[in-house]
Write a protein of this length. Structure first.
Length: 563
């Protein structure tokens, strides 16, 4: 038996895939083995949909004391890069899974796949075709009409062997010939109508260099790679259900080990695009800053935004494994994150749009250290000290000169509690004589109302956050929101629904002094404002924080009210 998949706790949630595996174990179908695989194409960065598949495949291997292979489907060198390979490995590790020494590539099997193809030619089950791609599509027929046989379909075995070898040797131009399986051009399943197995493509491969000028198609490489690795359960998304007869046909005609393909519904997430082609377009067109832009649904983007691997695994567990396509509300992903961050995040105070407050009856040089709770959900995280001084900053939105009814924050002549500190009263307002803009508030504090002392019975309806001006840390805060304005961005004009307010950058924010040593990827709850994460671009001289998620689902309110 292999080394453990990881040190994560068992999460044996029932679903139809596990039911199949349980039955196979009862019947000893694979000698009691469970061996899954995660087979990404290294042609882009993984997204949240891939995370679901990673959690499923590695999770099953973990829970059944089995194995999960990481196999790169590197059969299209024109779109593949080493950068993508490394990013995929980083994402799988970050999610908490290990493939041990089971890192494989479809390119590991190029020679064996070629020999398998020769074996099918010798059995009269494959032939070299010279139709153009357009002609092949025309010959394929439709869902209601059968296809038409290629004029090259009945070549002799000897001629096909000769032409296929010459294809490998580079004697023909790119795209001039293909190797096709000889199955049934009248099959109701279009995938069985003589599918292409190899095409000529002169592209340097990231692992094999220029050794090959013919490359296998996915449908040909996939099943045989599974067979060579002795995979027991080949779990893939629902769009491959119609490909399963072809998967089975290849391994049966070759007479090789036969894994079982099982399909499940892919993840469709609202307010999100999941197509790698469209994600690449967002990157190339400059709609986002890169694959790891915090607005992207890529695992690297979610990581940079401040998502935790635990929250993504929890989300995958909550949505389960279904047989039918459905749309998952992105609010469920955000809720999974909030639930995790609520337990682990330090509470701190930050003021995004500072308004100066002068406490007139507080001594000019005095600094009082107040106790603040780091996380009320976890007492073991302890307390910290907050400096309280004469000059403070509060949020501009926490003051109104002419407030409406039920405005329980600060206004002229009213009182409010400062979180962990004192009750203050606004005595007067200073304004810029030219613009009329409020520049500072003059307040008084009640020294008998220090929070937690119990020396005063005075109560007020509002509590606001603050930072001490002389002890604050300057920062840039990036407020990220959903990248699309509509639930299902689709069609040719899908980019028209990009949310122009998906990123708001606020400079000159003020953070409490405890964040002066904040490290990249540190996560915090800014009290009353949301959860935030220190960005990769941050430095001691320029702290940058990303809003990971709001404290509540504000989009639910927008959807109901249209505000």
């Amino acid at each position: 038996m292999s080394e453990p998949i990881n040190n994560l706790p068992e999460q044996k949630t029932s679903n139809f895939v596990r039911d199949i595996i349980d039955e196979d174990l009862k019947t000893n179908k694979y000698d009691g083995r469970v061996n899954t695989r995660f087979p990404p194409e290294p042609n882009g960065y993984l997204h949240i949909g891939h995370a679901k598949s990673i959690c499923l495949n590695f999770g099953i291997a973990r829970d059944y004391n089995g194995m999960c292979n990481l196999r790169f489907d590197d059969t299209n060198p024109s779109k593949e890069e080493v950068e993508y390979v490394e990013s995929i490995k980083e994402d799988v590790r970050w999610l908490g899974f290990s493939w041990g020494n089971r890192e494989y590539y479809a390119s590991d099997y190029f020679e064996q796949l070629y020999e398998y193809a020769v074996a099918l030619i010798k059995k009269g089950l494959a032939y070299v075709c010279e139709l153009t791609p357009e002609q092949i599509r025309e010959h394929r027929g439709t869902l209601t009409a059968p296809g038409k046989e290629s004029p090259f379909r009945n070549r002799s075995i000897e001629e096909n062997l000769n032409l296929f070898e010459r294809m490998r040797n580079g004697e023909f131009p790119d795209g001039s010939k293909t190797l096709r399986a000889k199955i049934d051009m009248s099959s109701p399943n279009i995938n069985m109508r003589d599918p292409i197995m190899y095409r000529i493509l002169r592209e340097s491969h990231h692992r094999t260099g220029d050794k090959w000028c013919i490359y296998p198609m996915y449908d040909w490489a996939h099943g045989q790679s599974d067979s060579l690795e002795k995979i027991t359960h080949s779990i893939c998304t629902l769009e491959f259900e119609d490909h399963r007869p072809l998967y089975d046909w290849f391994v049966e005609k070759l007479g090789i080990y036969h894994p079982q393909q099982i399909e499940f519904a892919r993840l469709n997430l609202s307010y999100t695009v999941m197509s790698k082609r469209r994600l690449l377009q967002l990157v190339e067109d400059g709609n986002v800053s890169g694959w790891d832009d915090p607005r992207m649904p890529t695992i690297s983007g979610l990581r940079r935004r401040g998502y935790t691997p635990e929250s993504i695994r929890y989300f995958a567990e909550r949505i389960g494994v279904a047989k039918r396509e459905n749309m998952i509300d992105v609010a469920l992903l955000e809720d999974s994150l909030r639930e995790d961050l609520n337990k682990r995040s330090l509470r701190v105070m930050a003021v995004l749009k500072p308004l100066k407050v002068v406490i007139d009856n507080f001594h000019d040089e005095k600094v009082e250290m107040l106790d603040a709770t780091n996380n009320p959900e976890d007492e073991s995280m302890g307390k910290r000290k907050l400096p309280f001084s004469k000059i403070l900053y509060i949020e501009q939105d926490d003051f109104m000169e002419n407030p409406p009814k039920k405005f329980f924050r600060l206004s002229p002549g009213t009182e409010v509690r400062l979180r962990y500190a004192y009750i203050i009263k606004c005595e007067s307002v200073s304004k810029d004589p030219k613009t009329g803009e409020i520049t500072e508030l003059h307040c008084t504090y009640d020294p008998e109302t220090r929070s937690g002392t119990g020396t005063s019975q005075k109560k007020v309806k509002g509590t606001i956050h603050w930072v001490s001006a002389n002890h604050s840390v300057n920062a840039e805060v990036r407020l990220y929101d959903r990248l699309f304005k509509i639930e299902n961005p689709s069609g040719d004009d899908w980019k028209a629904s990009i949310n122009p307010e998906s990123l708001t950058i606020i400079k000159n924010c003020k953070l409490e002094q405890s964040l002066i040593n904040a490290k990249k990827q540190d996560r915090y709850q800014f009290e009353r404002l949301g959860y935030f994460c220190v960005d990769y671009d941050s430095s001691p001289a320029n702290i940058i924080c990303n809003r990971t998620v709001t404290l509540k689902d504000t989009w639910a309110k927008i959807a109901k009210t249209g505000e």
